[in-house]
Ligand binder design. Structure first.
Ligand SMILES: C[S@@+](CC[C@H](N)C(=O)[O-])C[C@H]1O[C@@H](n2cnc3c(N)ncnc32)[C@H](O)[C@@H]1O
Length: 197
């Protein structure tokens, strides 16, 4: 199954039960990034995208799930926000511009490792000086949904994400175990980092 199909099904079935609150790391990132262009990669139903726009960023949210983007569009309808949405694969559509803030929240588990590393490199090069990246990514574990995908995504080793941001100021880092269901735990990494001048 392709990621677009999987998440279309998931958002159709579970959409209303999923949180619409931004990630805590997004609220941290927003405090440190200059107001400017922001990008939310794999934005889903847009919990972070909407928060970025409401915080004064000129934001683009991109996702491969049409249903996710439709739900985000419905939520922003009539609001006077600088927010553009794109349905597409980040690997083709991504990063033609430069940004003060780039968010990639729980997406890389769906992206094969070589593309995922390329994406992080590209996120970094397309971040303006003093701009901020926030990535949340799963470690090796048992994320059931990904067994349904045709392509194996990138699951991170401990400290892998941190090493990719050597030379950046680490504003926030956590390495947790996230519980999914009753007995399934996944290592889960979060980094918020600021690019040097
Ligand atoms: C676990 S969800 C996270 C959604 C959102 N970032 C959040 O934290 O609520 C992963 C999202 O990544 C999107 N995605 C996966 N692969 C993608 C790709 N190649 N291009 C664009 N979006 C992708 C999925 O459609 C899904 O909405």
């Amino acid at each position: 199954m392709q990621a677009g199909e999987l998440y279309d099904l998931a958002y159709s079935a579970l959409g209303d039960t999923l949180t619409l609150e931004p990630a805590v790391a997004t609220t941290i990132a927003v405090k440190h990034a200059a107001k400017g262009k922001a990008l939310d990669i794999g934005c889903g139903q847009g919990r972070d995208t909407l928060f970025l726009a409401e915080s004064g960023f000129d934001v683009v949210g991109i996702d491969i799930s049409r249903v996710g983007i439709e739900r985000l569009n419905a939520r922003v309808k009539g609001k006077n926000l600088k927010l553009k949405t794109v349905v597409g694969d980040v690997r083709q559509e991504l990063l033609k511009d430069e940004y003060t803030l780039i968010v990639c929240n729980r997406v890389l588990q769906d992206i094969p490792q070589k593309d995922s590393l390329w994406m992080i490199e590209r996120m970094q090069s397309k971040t303006l000086p003093r701009g901020v990246n926030f990535i949340a990514a799963y470690g090796h574990g048992t994320l059931e949904t990904n067994r349904l995908l045709d392509e194996e995504g990138h699951f991170f080793g401990s400290s892998e994400l941190r090493k990719l941001y050597v030379g950046w100021e680490i504003l926030y880092y956590s390495s947790d175990m996230e519980q999914i269901g009753r007995a399934t735990y996944n290592p889960f990494f979060t980094i918020v980092a600021q690019k040097p001048k």
